[in-house]
Design a binder for this molecule. Structure first.
Ligand code: 4AD
Ligand code: MG
Length: 431
């Protein structure tokens, strides 16, 4: 007899199989018991008959508490009435791990309670579906870039630099020297692009932001491609192709998960239509002002402005060429204007805001030095970075996509905390 996973039930109809499961719910009348069996790959119904199991075994089975683990043996039947399509007629079982008073019951729990029990909450169907979609997106990211000649390089997590400004750093003592948890792999990615042409980094990055918004984590996974010989226009094309590719991968490979989350596939499908609209920062300000927003040229957009812009275009939208004063030191100066840089943010619709930030990078040694000094940084920490402009500097561009922001949008979660297995936020580092 074969040991199988529930997800493969369709391949074993009318066969005797063995499955390792947890009981997620159950109900029984005197003669028949219905158990929701979960093995991590899917959940389906097990049916046990008193007549067949015998009185003692049937009583033992119907007594088992939520999250008891057991081996079940039985026959898979096609069942058109169940949403999963198959069920198990249980003929035998063997308890492996008992469970008492499992804290997460089928009733409603508050979000703080659930986050305190995140180590158990991951077993529930919605978090499970979100983590499977996360896994699919990660898989598709590697596929997309490997198919296009990028190589992945791993940026360090302990660093001496602050690419995104000095106010949001987690500082640590590195054998008597100050070190920081990396805010972004980008600067190392630029060294990689000069060495390998096209690279991506993909790993945890850290922001000591005291923000308590639904878009902020202190530990987030960032995907950061960097491309030598590539100008911003071409980088925007890579960005929109990437987003469309990832959305399509989720549609193709996660239909069950999208159904669990009530995510409308037709809406998602819209986001695979390219190109995405582009609007300049200047025009975005005009548009916002015309629609009653109290914004002056020079401000950074908050969540209401970003929500409006993406809703207005009804698609993810690139906002181009932000004011220099509100963007990072490394961005390429505009060829004819002193007040903006060659940068773009991609804003997601449905209220999700910025999911990608990117730019062309300055190739000018003196300009970068001046910008670093102006932002209060110590040039010594950036000598290696400035070296990239001394030895065969070439035009290059890149971007960073926050995995959790992207996932919150695709899975329609109110808060990014739901899209990472163990979220780190202001006031939360447990569990
Ligand atoms: O816009 P950011 O700060 O850009 C960078 O770090 C660049 N170095 C990227 C690059 O060009 N290589 O961050 C990039 C993305 C944002 O668009 C957002 O999706 C995500 O990272 N992000 C966050 N996600 C969750 N919580 C936070 N606190 C985030 N900060 C940024
Ligand atoms: Mg940004």
């Amino acid at each position: 007899m074969e040991t199988i996973s529930i997800i493969n039930a369709a391949d074993h109809v009318n066969e005797q199989v063995k499955i390792g499961v947890w009981i997620s719910n159950k109900r029984s009348s005197g003669k028949i018991a219905f158990l929701q069996l979960r093995d991590g790959t899917a959940t389906f119904q097990g049916v046990a008959l008193k007549n067949e199991l015998g009185e003692t075994a049937f009583a033992q089975l119907t007594d088992l508490a939520q999250e008891t683990s057991l081996w079940v043996t039985g026959t898979i039947h096609a069942d058109t009435r169940s949403p999963f399509g198959y069920e198990l007629a249980i003929s035998q079982f063997e308890v492996v791990g008992t469970s008492h008073d499992y804290p997460i019951t089928p009733k409603d729990h508050g979000i703080d309670f659930l986050l305190d029990h995140r180590h158990l909450w991951l077993r529930s169907s919605r978090p499970n579906a979100i983590m499977r979609i996360r896994n699919e997106v990660i898989r598709a990211v590697y596929e997309f870039f490997n198919d296009r000649g990028f190589i992945k390089i791993d940026a360090p997590i302990l660093t001496g630099s602050a690419p995104e400004g000095t106010t949001e750093l987690f500082k640590t003592d590195y054998f008597g020297q100050d070190a920081y948890l990396s805010q972004s792999g980008q600067l190392y990615g630029e060294a990689g692009a000069m060495a390998f042409g096209k690279i991506f980094t993909f790993g945890p990055t850290f922001r000591a932001e005291k923000s308590k918004t639904r878009r902020h984590l202190t530990e987030l996974w960032q995907l950061e491609p960097e491309m030598a010989w590539i100008h911003q226009d071409e980088s925007l094309e890579v960005q929109e192709q990437l987003v469309a590719y990832l959305v399509q991968a989720v549609i193709d490979h996660c239909p069950h998960e999208l159904a669990v989350l009530d995510r409308d596939v037709a809406t998602l499908q819209k986001y695979t239509k390219l190109p995405f609209p582009r609007v300049s920062y200047d025009d975005a300000i005009t548009l916002l002002q015309a629609n009653g927003f109290d914004v002056d040229w020079g401000v950074d957009f908050g969540s209401p402005e970003e929500t409006f812009l993406a809703e207005h275009f009804d698609q993810p939208v690139f906002v181009l060429n932000y004011p220099k004063a509100i963007k990072a030191f490394y961005m390429q100066a505009h060829p004819t204007r002193d007040d903006v840089v060659i940068a773009a943010d991609l804003l997601a619709p449905e209220g999700y805001g910025e999911i990608i930030g990117g730019s062309e990078r300055s190739t000018d040694y003196d300009y970068l030095k001046e910008r670093l000094l102006a932002s209060g940084q110590d040039l010594q920490d950036y000598e290696w970075y400035l070296d990239l402009r001394k030895y065969g500097s070439v035009p290059h561009s890149g971007f960073g996509m926050g995995l959790e922001r992207f996932l919150a949008w695709i899975t329609l979660q109110d808060h990014v905390r739901e899209t990472i297995p163990f979220p780190r936020m202001l006031h939360r580092i447990y569990p």
